[in-house]
Design a protein around this ligand. Sequence first.
Ligand SMILES: [Zn+2]
Ligand SMILES: [Zn+2]
Length: 287
Amino acid sequence: MSIQRWTVGRCTITSILEEQLERIPPEMFFPAATAADVARHTWLVPDFADAKGRIALRVQALVVEIGKRRVLVDPCVGNGKTLDLEFWNQRQWPFLERFAEAGFAPERIDTVVHTHLHADHVGWDTHLDGDRWVPTFTRARHLYSARELAWCEAGGNPGINHVHEQSIAPVLAAGLADVVAEDADLGDGLRLAPSPGHTPGHVSLWVESDGATALITGDFLHHPVQCAEPGWAENGDEDVELARATRGELLARAATTGALFVGTHFPTRPAGRVVAHGDAWRFVPEP
Ligand SMILES: [Zn+2]
Ligand SMILES: [Zn+2]
């Protein structure tokens, strides 16, 4: 598979794919939606949905390169994790092979950003060494917000309760974790911004370089259809109203600024622009 890469000023963003699922009934993720509702937004076909209104979704990590920095964002589900969600339980994907094909080495990652601490955003932080979970990115600082960590430690991942034990605790124990502010300046034009609702301490990553801007979303939205239907809650949204407000605010800002919008779970062509369309927006992907 060809490697997808986008340029933002002097910065490069690369997608590392774990898995893309196709032909998903939309109500599996968006309880308020039907396939007919999705099919009305014909611009979603063929990249994001089929003509019957079934959607595609992806799990992918993004690597941001600027100068000598290599920042990994949201390292997917991982291999061999014990998760109550059947479609993620005990899986094996050639993720590290794809990571190497894209020209990256785990020991060259200097920072790992987590938009939030759901199972599909922290998985590759650890891998099995015999029967022990050990850190994968051994020279990286792994960033967590205090609120998100506290939420996770208090059992905030209902139904996926091994996340802390398998994917977070080994990183904390190795001394590779930093607790940072939800609006932390990471240097080199990289900046976290709070985008709460999906989880309490959810953040997104803004990238600015030479006058160009990009926004890596995390899960304040899951699919391009939510540009047209920003009111649609996703099953995992903890605080539905707050998630809705965050989504509207950040879609509006993306449209005004013309930032490259990189959808963490967007399938096929995950980076593009948000443009005004009727009384909401649509997503125009980059090639
Ligand atoms: Zn999530
Ligand atoms: Zn997710």
